[in-house]
Design a protein around this ligand. Structure first.
Ligand SMILES: Nc1ncnc2c1ncn2[C@@H]1O[C@H](COP(=O)(O)OP(=O)(O)O)[C@@H](O)[C@H]1O
Ligand SMILES: [Mg+2]
Length: 270
């Protein structure tokens, strides 16, 4: 089925994003990486996705970003089928950072500013993104701050550690002020658990503190349950299927997979 992409991307979400019996196999393969996934992600929610490696978390995020289309089923943005929204328009409303990021060997401010190309040279916007990403420490350590050339192969270019690159990538992901969907797919795996926790706590507090009319949905993939428990809604994926979904309290009370994994991790930190 080829749908015509004739619908504009919405300016705000009122209801949310709904996955309606979504199944997916990567092109050229038969194996379902997502198998009959139905989910209701309410407007304004912070949603965490957990599950073992290979469970399909990143694939789910990619479908939401319209990097791939469902093999069957539909993704509804409010009441519009995502298939009908042009990919470039939808992506213009997204922000986020991913597990595998690119090292843009540019000036630090450009490397970050690329997260919102029309504003790549707006230093105040770059500074706001650095602040949201908790990357001020990284920028402060650079010889000439945001004007520092990154990458030692360039004249005067500086070497940046993996963890520092990851924070810069996160800042790039936070460049847009009003995304409809913010996707964070393990963007902080190189940071320690406490730093990650503090970062998302700050993000969620800022999000909930303002009167957010955009209805932005924030999606967070993490293996750290100290982070995950902060989410409004938690989705547990296992072997291509959703096995549980609900708030931390609901899932703990249900005593299923989530509760078990949470208790194992909590015990390990004691
Ligand atoms: N580009 C691809 N082509 C084919 N299979 C893929 C591709 N990317 C991921 N997969 C497979 O899809 C499954 C789910 O992967 P992924 O969504 O990355 O899981 P997770 O993020 O939960 O670790 C895995 O079995 C993985 O090997
Ligand atoms: Mg992944």
């Amino acid at each position: 089925m080829v749908a015509t992409a004739d619908q504009p991307a919405p300016d705000r979400l009122t209801r949310g994003i709904r996955l309606d019996h979504v199944s997916f196999a990567y092109p050229g393969t038969d194996r379902l990486v997502l198998d009959d996934v139905s989910l209701d992600l309410p407007a304004g929610a912070v949603v965490a996705i957990v599950g073992e490696n290979g469970a399909g978390k990143s694939t789910l995020v990619k479908l939401l970003c319209k990097l791939y289309a469902p093999t069957s089923g539909r993704i509804l943005v409010d009441d519009t089928d995502l298939a009908r929204i042009p990919a470039d328009e939808w992506r213009g409303r997204l922000a986020g950072a991913f597990q595998d990021f690119f090292r843009f060997e540019l000036l630090a401010r450009q490397s970050i500013g690329l997260g919102d190309v029309p504003r790549v040279d707006e230093v105040p916007a770059v500074r706001a993104a650095v602040d949201r990403a908790g990357a001020t420490d990284v920028v402060d350590k650079l010889a000439t701050g945001l004007s520092t050339q990154l990458g030692p192969t360039w004249p005067g270019g500086v070497e940046v550690s993996f963890g520092q690159w990851q924070k810069l990538a996160l800042a790039r992901g936070f460049m847009r002020d009003e995304p409809l969907l913010l996707a964070l797919d393990e963007p902080t795996a190189a940071l320690d658990a406490e730093t990650e926790h503090a970062l998302f706590e700050r993000y969620a507090a800022a999000l909930h503190a303002r009167d957010d009319a955009s209805g932005r949905i924030s999606i967070l993939v993490s293996h750290r349950f100290s982070t995950v428990r902060m989410a409004d809604y938690i989705v547990v994926l296992d072997g291509a299927r959703v096995v549980e979904a609900g708030s931390h309290d609901e899932l703990m009370a249900a005593g299923g997979t989530y509760a078990e994994l949470y208790q194992i991790q909590a015990a390990a930190y004691r």
